[in-house]
Design a protein around this ligand. Structure first.
Ligand code: G3H
Ligand code: ZN
Length: 289
């Protein structure tokens, strides 16, 4: 089985991206895994600190590893948006393949210094672990946000990206390129889509030699995602779209069968909803269709 960093590098050479999908339960994991297996493309599942708190850090690692082994399939596990070294160490010790070490709320120099230190610590436990650093403000919360206009989020400059990559030695880098976490209500009903600064992605790519991750993928226009991948994005994170599909189909399933109490009869429609979202996104990211 290839290591996760090799899979990311291969995606870069092929001008495609790895899809990263957040999971907090078996319904989400099943939907993601089924879609990736059908399309036969590698996939990264992620769990934030809150998602790990809910599902169990070691338990998630065990379930993902069991899928990888039983099906001999390249499914990898990421400790998403991890804000402390202690939480990152916990995930790496549990067997996570990668960590998004997110100190982007701190001043640049402090973020760089602490990220570099964390990378040394994490790689002393597992030299193959992939550590991502975050710079710039892309908002927080994979949720439905109020319809207020989004504040102006400054784009990461190529100089900042270069400096951060050199100073920290991150394996992958997540910049602010017009992306934002979560979706506005207008995006949920399809009236608005997110757009990305494709030119800036291209500039950042040529200023750094590390793979680049796009966070906040939910609600982004397909054409922008295609353009971003061509410009150098190697991993795309999707969460809110999955949460939305999960909730909507669960509610519909419960309402339709009010006397049903058997989970494995109620939940398959939510698995199917997650599968459909992931399948459409993976076709775009990994197969360019
Ligand atoms: O790390 C997770 C993501 O960046 C997801 O963002 O909820 O806007 O898809 P999203
Ligand atoms: Zn994110």
């Amino acid at each position: 089985m290839k290591k996760f960093i090799e899979v990311v590098q291969e995606a870069g050479r092929n001008c495609v991206a790895i899809g990263h999908f957040n999971i907090a339960d078996l319904v989400l994991l099943k939907g993601v895994f089924q879609a990736a297996r059908e399309l036969n493309v590698p996939v990264l599942v992620g769990a934030s600190e809150g998602e790990r708190e809910f599902a169990g850090t070691r338990q998630l690692a065990a379930v993902v590893q069991s899928l990888r082994e039983e099906f001999d399939f390249p499914i990898f596990l990421n400790a998403d948006h991890t804000h402390s070294l202690a939480k990152a160490l916990e995930a790496v010790k549990a067997g996570f393949d990668s960590v998004v070490f997110d100190l982007s709320a701190l001043p640049f120099a402090e973020n760089a210094r602490s990220t570099r230190h964390a990378i040394e610590e994490l790689k002393s436990i597992n030299p193959a672990v992939v550590v991502e650093g975050e710079i710039g403000d892309i908002g927080s919360g994979s949720e439905i946000h109020a319809a207020s206009p989004s504040p102006d989020h400054a784009l990461t400059t190529p100089e900042e990206a270069h400096q951060f990559a050199v100073e920290t030695k991150v394996d992958t880098l997540a910049p602010a390129v017009g992306n934002l976490h979560g979706m506005r209500k207008s995006m949920v009903i399809g009236k608005e889509r997110k757009h990305l600064a494709i030119k800036r992605i291209r500039e950042i790519k040529s200023a750094t030699s590390v793979p680049i991750t796009l966070h906040g993928g939910s609600g982004t226009a397909d054409e922008d995602l295609k353009g971003a991948i061509h410009a150098g994005i190697n991993i795309v994170h999707i969460n809110t779209e999955l949460r939305l599909a999960w909730k909507q189909r669960l509610e519909a399933g419960l309402a339709r069968r009010q006397d049903e109490v058997v989970p494995y009869k109620i939940l398959p429609s939510a698995v199917a909803a997650v599968h459909d979202v992931v399948s459409a996104r993976l076709r775009l990211f990994a197969l360019q269709i």
